[in-house]
Write a new protein. Structure first.
Length: 95
């Protein structure tokens, strides 16, 4: 369990913070919980909801694409913080 916490903490210095959190979440759900497929699907749904909702007010780096503005999610500190707290809860709750 300490390895998962350390991996989570290391995400703060990663250049791909959200991707790093995704990896830690998937490993945590795979190794510490049952129903991996369902749990990962729920995590991804949670992440998508966070991104969609926070993009409205906090997206800092926008890129214009064929479907309008796309948000660089790694620039969304609120999404990072919410995911970090969620994953930390998963790790601590698995005791």
């Amino acid at each position: 369990m300490l390895n998962y916490q350390k991996d989570l903490e290391n995400c703060s210095t990663s250049t791909q913070k959200i991707s790093c959190l995704d990896k830690v979440a998937e490993e945590t759900l795979k190794n510490l919980y049952i129903n991996y497929e369902v749990n990962v699907k729920n995590y991804k749904s949670f992440r998508k909801s966070l991104e969609d909702n926070y993009a409205i007010s906090t997206c800092q780096l926008k890129h214009f694409g064929p479907n309008g503005y796309l948000c660089n999610t790694d620039s969304m500190p609120d999404v990072y913080n919410a995911l970090y707290n969620y994953i930390q809860t998963l790790i601590l709750s698995s005791k």
